[in-house]
Every structure is written in structure tokens, then in C-alpha cells.
Design a protein around this ligand. Structure first.
Ligand SMILES: *[C@@H]1O[C@H](CO)[C@@H](O)[C@H](O)[C@H]1NC(C)=O
Length: 358
């Protein structure tokens, strides 16, 4: 009975109610402005900045398109925090005390183009916290404590052209995360904790094609390992890719002449330091680089070794076989002789006994 009733009234009723409530909200909102905020009707902007606010004001005019909440003490953005202002185009939450963004924090902001979250204390971001922002063009996450970028994958950030994440605690970013932002043109990545190891080659490749296609970036400046500290990931030479292959171990002279990378800027002081660095984990870029000729020599040595090993093994097998065969033959020759001797000595022992019996 209950189900029937809700089925019957369901969608139509709900739609009507929504429409009615939004009309009421609009009528109501036209004349109201939250305490501590300045509402400018012609530009549909509301300025609540520098008011010591600890929470997002609840009674914002529903037609608001520009909302200034910067320089307050707002600590969190709860789920659906802006559901009452669905027409927002620009939201400035910079210089607050934001620690978390609840899942679905920006739900319903279908027209939001600029979201400013700079100068907060954000540490981690929900994977799909920006999912509900199909029109977002500029996202400022700089000056926070973010350790991982959310996976933008599957989100609808098709219009994002400008992304700032400088001054955070990023160590690595996966290529796939950025590949999910097809319109990206400007990217700020400086001043993070970039760990320039093999995991970051992915990002290097992506950045190279990004820059090649006209993208603008302020660079990825390594902060680890020590040998690459202060160096731009984009300028770490290509030959280091080889170091990420498990085949190549330690040792061998360091040479800088490598035709493929002649046009690349090698870090000026990089080489001498590199040799002292031996405490790197496996996936750190090996500072020692191998020129092609050396690698060929290595390969030759390995192949020769393998062939020699096989030949030696075959000789060993032949020798063992020969020895075993000889031993068996010798044994089978000696066998009848020993039997005969044993038989004779037995008869000799039996001799006196048989005599005493008889
Ligand atoms: C965000 O706000 C800061 C100042 O609070 C400003 O410098 C920056 O340009 C803003 N970012 C965007 C994308 O508007």
C-alpha cells in the first residue's frame, strides 16, 4: 500500500515541491542578505570576507553568483554546503582554516567556474570531491598540506584549464590523474616534496607532451633524492630512464657523451656528486648512467658467460657420465671373481665341519 502510494505521487510531486521551494527561496532571497555580508544585487555577488566567520552562512541569497568567503576561520565545508546557491560561478574560500572538504561538499554547483581554496590546511581530498563541478575552469589548491591529488578520473572536469597545487606536500602524481583533465593549459606544481625517482618518470613524460602542446607549467622541482634536489624534473636527462630498468646494476664508469641527449641540459654539478650516492632505494634514479657502447659490452659479456657456462656444464655432464660408466664396468668385471673367492672360502670353512659330522 505504502509503495503504491509513493509510486503514484513520486516524481511529479517531488518536482513540484522543488520548484515551489526554489521560487520561494528566490523571492525570499531577493530581499535578504546574511548578517556580516555585503550583498551587491546588480552583480549578484555577496562579500562575507574578513568577518571572522567560523561557518559558511546559511541564508545566502539563492541567486548569488559570486561569493567571497576569504579571510575567515571556516574549518570545514559540509556536504551540499552550497545547495542553496546553485547559480554560483565563483567561490572564494581562500585564507581560511579548512581542514577537510566533506564528500559532496560542492554538490549542485553546476555553474561554478572558479573555486579558490588557497591558503588553507587541507591535507587529503576525497577522490570525487570535485565531481559535481562540470563547468569548473580554475581550481586553486595552492598553499595547503595536500599529500595526494585526488584521482580526477571519471570526473567531469572537462573544462578545467587552470590548476594550482604549488606549496603542498605532493611527492608524486600519476600521469592518469592529469590525463583526466583534457582542457588543462596552466599548471602550478612548484614547491612540493617531489621525489624524483622512477615513479616520477611518468609525470616527466606527461609534462613534456603538455609543454610541447603549449601548456604552461612552473616546473617540478625535485626535493629528493639529494642528488636531484633543486633540479627541474623536466631537465633530468633521458639516459636516466635506463637506470629505471631492473637489468642495470651498479658499477661502471660515468660518461656524459651520449648522442641522443646532446641537446638536453645536463645539470652542471650533478655528475661528480652522483658517484657518492649509493644509499638510494631501488626505484630512485641511478645517478650512474651507462652509454650505449658500455651496455653493448655488458650484453656481450653476459652472453659469452652464458655460452661458456652451458659448454662447461655439458663437459661436466660428459665427465660424470664417463666416470660412472667406467665405475659400473669395473664393478661388473670384479663381481664374478669375488663370488668365486667367497664360494671357495665357504667350502674351506665347511670342510672340517662336514668331516666331524661324518
Ligand atoms: C585565489 O585567491 C588568492 C588570494 O587570496 C589569489 O591570489 C589567487 O589569484 C586566487 N586564485 C584564483 C584562481 O582566482
Amino acid at each position: 500500500m505504502k509503495y503504491q502510494k509513493s509510486n503514484f505521487q513520486g516524481p511529479a510531486m517531488k518536482g513540484d515541491l522543488l520548484w515551489l521551494s526554489s521560487v520561494l527561496l528566490l523571492l525570499h532571497g531577493a530581499s535578504s542578505c546574511p548578517e556580516k555580508c555585503l550583498c551587491h544585487k546588480p552583480t549578484k555577488s555577496v562579500d562575507c570576507s574578513r568577518q571572522g566567520l567560523r561557518e559558511i552562512p546559511l541564508d545566502l541569497p539563492p541567486g548569488t553568483q559570486i561569493l567571497h568567503l576569504q579571510h575567515n576561520q571556516i574549518r570545514a565545508v559540509p556536504t551540499s554546503a552550497f545547495i542553496g546557491t546553485p547559480l554560483l560561478r565563483s567561490l572564494d574560500l581562500s585564507n581560511n582554516a579548512l581542514f577537510t572538504l566533506a564528500p559532496g561538499a560542492f554538490l549542485g554547483l553546476a555553474h561554478l567556474q572558479v573555486l579558490n581554496l588557497t591558503q588553507n590546511s587541507l591535507q587529503s581530498l576525497e577522490n570525487n570531491v570535485f565531481q559535481s563541478l562540470p563547468q569548473l575552469q580554475e581550481l586553486d589548491l595552492s598553499f595547503n598540506n595536500i599529500q595526494e591529488l585526488p584521482s580526477f578520473k571519471g570526473e567531469t572536469l572537462n573544462h578545467l584549464t587552470w590548476l594550482a597545487v604549488q606549496r603542498n606536500q605532493l611527492r608524486h602524481v600519476h600521469r592518469a590523474q592529469l590525463a583526466a583533465l583534457p582542457s588543462l593549459r596552466v599548471l602550478f606544481f612548484r614547491d612540493n616534496l617531489w621525489k624524483c625517482n622512477c615513479h616520477l618518470l611518468d609525470l616527466k613524460l606527461w609534462l613534456e607532451s603538455f609543454v610541447y602542446k603549449g601548456g604552461i607549467t612552473d616546473g617540478v622541482i625535485c626535493s629528493a633524492p639529494d642528488i636531484w634536489k633543486g633540479k627541474d624534473l623536466l631537465k633530468i636527462p633521458y639516459e636516466l630512464y635506463n637506470a629505471c630498468l631492473p637489468l642495470l646494476g651498479n658499477g661502471g664508469p660515468v660518461q656524459t657523451q651520449f648522442p641522443d641527449t646532446a641537446e638536453l641540459d645536463l645539470p652542471p654539478s650533478g655528475r661528480p656528486q652522483e658517484q657518492t650516492d649509493k644509499s638510494q632505494s631501488d626505484c630512485d634514479l641511478k645517478a650512474k648512467t651507462r652509454p650505449v657502447s658500455l651496455r653493448h659490452a655488458l650484453a656481450t659479456v653476459v652472453i659469452t658467460g652464458v655460452i661458456c657456462g652451458v659448454v662447461c656444464l655439458m663437459m661436466l655432464v660428459a665427465a660424470v657420465y664417463g666416470c660412472t660408466y667406467a665405475a659400473i664396468m669395473a664393478k661388473s668385471h670384479r663381481q664374478p671373481l669375488r663370488h668365486a673367492m667367497e664360494r671357495r672360502s665357504l667350502q674351506e670353512e665347511k670342510g672340517p665341519l662336514a668331516a666331524s659330522l661324518a
